[in-house]
Design a binder for this molecule. Sequence first.
Ligand SMILES: Nc1nc2c(c(=O)[nH]1)N[C@H]1C(S)=C(S)[C@@H](COP(=O)(O)OP(=O)(O)OC[C@H]3O[C@@H](n4cnc5c(N)ncnc54)[C@H](O)[C@@H]3O)O[C@H]1N2
Ligand code: MOO
Length: 400
Amino acid sequence: MAFLKVVSLEKALEIINSFPLKPTIEEIEIEEAYGRILAEDVISPIDVPPFDRASVDGYALKSQDTWNASESNPVVLKVIGEVHAGEEPKVEVSPGETVYISTGAVLPKGADAVIEFEVVEREEDKVIIYKPVYPQAGVMKAGTDISKGKLLLKIGTKLGFKETALLSAVGFEKVKVFSKPKVAIISTGNEIILPGDELRPGKIYDINGRAVSDAVKELGGEPHFIGIANDDRESLKEKIIEALKYDIIILSGGASGGTRDLTASIIEELGEVKIHGIAIQPGKPTIIGLIEGKPIFGLPGYPTSCLTNFTLLVAPLIRKLLGMDFKIEYAKKKLAHKVFSVKGRRQFLPVRINDEVAQPILKGSGAVTSFIEADGFVEVPENVEILEEGEEVRVVLFKF
Ligand SMILES: Nc1nc2c(c(=O)[nH]1)N[C@H]1C(S)=C(S)[C@@H](COP(=O)(O)OP(=O)(O)OC[C@H]3O[C@@H](n4cnc5c(N)ncnc54)[C@H](O)[C@@H]3O)O[C@H]1N2
Ligand code: MOO
């Protein structure tokens, strides 16, 4: 067992990245595609619109017939039929002729423009036109919106309503996406209760179960909350065994006291502890192991510490399973004011971002509002004791 042998964040990430998990792909119905991550490039199989289409209600004609039309010298065309949306035109327009057409209908052969009905006069089977109509006026040509063979969406795109609309426009019934990583979540501690339970002395409501579940969801994963394990071997072991049917297991709490050893010893009994301590703050007592090929993370109990470590250690793995790069995303910001730090441990402090400025939230990891009010957390390198106001800093964003 790698008992309390503290490793660097880089080493921890290297170990996590080496875990035997790979992205898997599935084909799903378009109705289920919202929020999923594309596992293929999408090329348009058709032209949109698929045919030259009237974009106004009016008369389809040969534009050349109208070029000499004016108020004093109108052109008269003969109406030879009608074509409505959804129909195949049965008529062809010859010189001197026109066809009544509705918006969205196929432009009949021979015609190259449509004039709105409001600007012409209709007399029985005649239409009187007082101005020239330009070629393609009132027409949307086939493929001008989307052309067949065009790359529409790239692999890795998160499908929002615009993307699903695009898939619908080209007739996709099914689409290939990365399978959602299934993540089991267990909160630990005798003091933790669920909303709805009675708040007896010494008890507190579970925050990590909710926050981690929804962060997993926001990343594109599928959370499975297993429940709260008491600080006893049987309760914890039972919950961990139950969690093994999922891809990744996340525990929170019990990191610093005796329960920590309990977690480590259960992981060691069922699999292997790979990391027991990381040289970061928060997160020093973090445990990471592998049971039956499933990564298991023991994150700190303080919600702010738990979510910081989730973002640093677990989010890159979930992203990797969704076809993205395994890496922490940093943004460069300027520090709003001087910050003192402890030398020797890399620190991550919650910050609020206003424009390009990172404003530290100095409430400590014990406060849940530290992370709720934060947009990310600033990295204070291990060899730095003071960060000056206005200094450029690296910020990990709470953005999944
Ligand atoms: N003597 C020392 N005490 C502590 C140290 C230390 O080095 N020496 N480290 C502190 C740091 S840093 C952290 S982080 C915590 C680590 O705590 P654990 O991971 O063991 O977690 P717990 O003790 O179970 O919980 C800490 C705190 O968070 C609350 N908590 C736990 N789970 C949840 C949850 N699901 N929802 C809401 N709140 C939760 C728990 O009740 C505690 O108040 O230890 C420090 N102590
Ligand atoms: O390790 Mo605690 O997680 O420093 O806040």
